[in-house]
Design a protein around this ligand. Structure first.
Ligand SMILES: [Zn+2]
Length: 288
């Protein structure tokens, strides 16, 4: 499943490529992917993409001179966005995929295509059909935004606020960090990595963390997300024209998926347990 760093990486790429372009037509290959809305093509044709914003893992497209028409996009389990230029070069990502999935559009998992007047296109692929690209009103966007807390990667994220909120939570710290209405954007991988960096066990009660630990965790959460975004997330793949190396945060993971291997900090053996209903990785040697 794409986590926030992958979604943010995709958003930044698309922002760079798509903002300012005029939609010429929308092709719907599967109705479920547009929430069975038969007006989507008519509504979006001629619209100019003004911005691509994001809250949590939800992408929000807005349009020039339109205050009540938005496009919400969620990759869910297997969604991908691919931008194809006039030379056939492809940029995109989301769910991890084999090489062949980055070529030939539309292909069997393409669900929606947004064509632009400059003959470039944006494809939404989704093998399992849990994701969507759907129209929304301003009121619906406001509701969607209200479900997410602040993000540790935001420059305005307040570590003192974070620490004071933790004091009111009696759940394991892992569960608190996964709660998107509290802090948005930390998925399973990044929670485990942030807790390892802060030397805190995932099973510790949130309200029992010391001030110093909460401060370390606040910084670790932001750092781990930003570093992952910098290398393109854990599952993001990009193609021909982005240049540079294929970034992948998987190479940097210290505990996630590392059970049975040696902790790079203390030499103890990484363990995998279940916590907050999720597979959870930690080092018994250096996380307290
Ligand atoms: Zn360790």
């Amino acid at each position: 499943m794409p986590e926030l760093p992958e979604v943010e990486t995709v958003r930044m790429q698309l922002h760079h490529k798509v903002v300012g372009k005029t939609i010429s037509s929308v092709e719907v290959f599967h109705n479920k992917s547009v929430n069975h809305d038969e007006t989507i093509e008519e509504t979006l044709a001629g619209k100019i993409v003004a911005d691509i914003d994001r809250v949590g893992k939800l992408m929000i497209f807005s349009f020039k001179n339109e205050s009540d028409v938005f496009l919400l996009a969620h990759l869910k389990m297997t969604g991908q966005f691919f931008y194809v230029d006039t030379h056939g070069d492809v940029i995109g990502g989301g769910h991890s995929m084999g090489d062949s999935d980055g070529r030939g559009f539309p292909h069997k998992h393409s669900r929606v295509a947004f064509h632009f007047t400059d003959r470039t296109s944006l494809y939404f692929n989704d093998m399992r059909l849990f994701g969507y690209t759907k129209l929304a009103t301003a009121a619906e966007v406001a509701v969607a935004r209200s479900k997410f807390g602040p993000e540790p990667i935001a420059s305005t994220f307040d570590c003192q606020w974070f620490a004071s909120k933790l004091k009111k939570r009696k759940t394991p710290i892992k569960a608190a960090l996964l709660d998107q209405s509290f802090v948005a954007g930390l998925g399973n991988i990044y929670v485990d990595e942030a807790l390892w960096r802060a030397k805190i066990r995932p099973t510790r009660r949130a309200d029992k963390l010391t001030k110093a630990e909460a401060a370390l965790l606040c910084k670790a959460a932001g750092d781990v997300m930003n570093e992952s975004i910098a290398v393109g997330g854990t599952t993001f793949q990009h193609f021909k024209d982005t240049g540079g190396a294929n970034g992948n945060f998987t190479d940097y993971l210290k505990v996630f998926g590392q059970q049975g291997t040696v902790c790079s900090r203390c030499g103890d053996t990484i363990k995998k347990i279940r916590c907050a209903g999720r597979g959870t990785h930690y080092c018994p040697g250096c996380q307290r």
